[in-house]
Design a protein around this ligand. Structure first.
Ligand SMILES: Cc1ncc(Cc2csc(CCOP(=O)(O)OP(=O)(O)O)c2C)c(N)n1
Ligand SMILES: [Mg+2]
Length: 569
């Protein structure tokens, strides 16, 4: 054996990098700082893409959506305590939305933290992370890094995907061990997200229920988009002839213009259907918890639910046919049954959906054609609807209230996983992090359609977008405020609580970092500016002036706001 002093050595820094690379992870989204600055530098030197942000929340959101897009855990790397805390909102949001990501944070030494001796950025991060994520691990010894990274990867992507926390104390990085021992300690995770095949009896029960339906409906959730079982999902809809409603991030699994799409007839579809197949869609608030007037007569609905998490069943209402397994396997099993024995599409039900859909589209059409100035949401979105129709492989990032709710119904999507938005929590602030990761992971042009308030949560990342010269076109719907720009302070002392600086010019921000800034006041100008940005691939911010009177408080969900019943004094 080679004498010890000449033996090849490795250390914690290199073992973390080797473990990530061994598992096909090529990108790290981070904010540098003690104790992980050199980890980022060394990872970059070893060929990993290391994207440095201005705030850890945005790096975390980037990692989360990278996980959604690639089915590999996105990696967010932060410093200890405050940096870790800044990453937690993204970690919790990833877990809520079932996006696979790993938040890796440097931390203080256990002996000091556990005696609370006041270390630099001291915090018991593992304990704090645990309730907010799917799994959390800490590694103390360099020889355990391989297993630690493997466990984090498997936890992030197996079963229902989610956020995982990996705690790496500062001293771990500089620990030195024999290189050969280190190499042998690394684990390449075998089959990290194993198929989970539904039980044949469950499939039969679901098929029997579906065959009994007169007005069946399929609801596609973002789980169906994440699964990347696109052909099977399309075949299930087209070969059964059952109409479908896509949830927001499932839009584009089939083109929104598809003859079986019931998106534009959502209310009728939910109210009048009799058997509903949920595919990776949870019966949470976004689907009115499966009850109430949205779903018509109480008890008139029977649900078939496809989900990889058995405990999701009966979360809100009884599930008549639980189909537990991964979405690809479950959809394939249903499809198999349909191909063997299916009565064909429910024609009269389809006619009901089709006529409702056409009527709703016709009602909306004139609003989209207005060439008004200042623009309203509809006229501005009419221009962007055409952009995406002409550029179906562009990725649309979307957040805001009116800017979100109206865009969801007006901008048709044509391909899977092209619409990235606020998801289950309706969280503001995902915009720029999602835009960066969408551009980095796919290389496709990104159109970020932002409310002016929503943009503000992550707006400083325009510098990051310019620094990496990413093909991101940001359109800010500037109505001078949160929801609207008309709020007032009844005392007359301050501006209203939800308004911003009047006639603000976000486009000027972009010029500070070498990007392109454009101010537009009509849909034609907006379309031209976006086309130019998409053709150039240059970081562009378009300040789209929207009538401050336009829109409504909290967009489509104003009813969730509690109202005071007391008379004002
Ligand atoms: C982290 C977080 N903090 C606050 C909020 C509450 C909210 C929901 S929507 C929104 C912004 C609406 O204004 P915007 O200008 O973006 O859109 P528009 O209606 O077109 O004017 C806020 C602040 C949420 N959801 N998440
Ligand atoms: Mg606004």
């Amino acid at each position: 054996a080679v004498p010890h002093e000449e033996a090849e050595l490795t250390d914690g820094f290199h073992l973390v990098i080797d473990a990530l690379k061994l598992n096909g992870i090529e990108t790290i989204y981070n904010v540098p700082g003690i104790p992980i600055t050199d980890l980022g530098r060394l990872a970059q030197a070893e060929g990993m893409r290391v994207i440095s942000f201005r705030h850890e929340q945005n790096a975390g959101n980037a990692a989360a959506i990278a996980g959604f897009l690639t089915k590999k855990p996105g990696i967010c790397l932060t410093v200890s305590a405050p940096g870790f805390l800044n990453g937690l909102t993204a970690l919790a949001n990833a877990t809520t939305n079932c996006f696979p990501m790993i938040l890796i944070s440097g931390s203080s030494e256990r002996e000091i933290v556990d005696l609370q001796q006041g270390d630099y950025e001291e915090m018991d991060q593992l304990a704090i992370a645990k309730p907010l994520c799917k799994a959390a691990f800490r590694v103390l010894h360099a020889a355990d890094i391989g297993i630690g990274v493997a466990r984090a990867i498997r936890a992030a992507v197996s079963g229902r995907p989610g956020g995982v926390y990996l705690d790496l104390p500062a001293k771990l990085f500089s620990q030195v061990i024999d290189a050969d021992l280190g190499a042998r300690s690394l684990v390449k995770v075998i089959d990290p997200a194993p198929a989970q095949i539904p039980a044949p009896a469950s499939v039969t029960r679901a098929l029997d229920l579906l065959k009994s339906a007169e007005r069946p409906l399929i609801i596609l959730g973002k789980g169906a988009a994440y699964a990347q079982a696109d052909e099977a999902v399309r075949a299930l809809v087209e070969e059964s002839g059952i109409p479908y409603v896509p949830m927001s991030m499932a839009k584009g699994l089939l083109p929104d213009t598809h003859p079986l799409s019931a998106g534009a007839a959502r209310s009728t579809a939910l109210k009048d259907s009799d058997v509903v197949v949920l595919v990776g869609a949870r019966l949470n608030w976004l689907l009115s918890h499966g009850k109430g007037k949205t779903w018509g007569e109480p008890g008139s609905k029977r649900f078939i639910q496809i989900d990889i998490e058995p405990r999701e069943m009966d979360s809100n209402v009884e599930i008549a046919a639980p189909l537990v397994g991964d979405i690809g396997s479950c959809v394939e099993a249903l499809l198999d049954g349909i191909r063997k024995d299916w009565k064909g599409a429910p024609q009269n039900w389809l006619e009901t959906i089709r006529s409702k859909r056409e009527a709703n589209i016709a009602k909306m059409a004139p609003k989209l054609m207005k060439n008004s100035s200042p623009m309203c949401f509809h006229s501005a979105l009419g221009a962007l609807r055409t952009v995406i129709k002409e550029r179906p492989d562009a990725i649309l990032v979307n957040e805001g209230a009116n800017t979100l709710d109206l865009a969801r119904g007006i901008i048709d999507m044509y391909q899977p996983r092209k619409r990235l938005d606020v998801g289950t929590w309706g969280v503001m602030g995902i915009g720029m992090g999602f835009a960066v990761a969408a551009a980095v992971e796919t290389g496709k042009p990104v159109l970020a359609v932002e409310g002016d308030s929503a943009f503000g949560f992550s707006g400083m990342e325009v510098e990051t977008i310019c620094r990496y010269e990413l093909p991101v076109c940001i359109v800010i719907f500037n109505n001078n405020g949160i929801y609207r720009g008309t709020d007032i302070d009844p005392t007359g002392r301050d501006p209203g609580t939800t308004v911003f600086v009047k006639d603000s010019r976000y486009d000027k921000m972009m010029e500070a970092f070498g990007g392109i800034g454009v101010n537009v006041t009509t849909p034609d100008e907006l379309k031209r500016a976006v086309d130019e940005a998409m053709d150039s691939g240059k970081p562009t911010l378009i300040n789209a002036v929207i009538d401050p009177e336009a829109g409504s408080e909290s967009g489509n969900i104003g009813s969730l706001n509690p109202q005071s019943t007391l008379k004002k004094k």
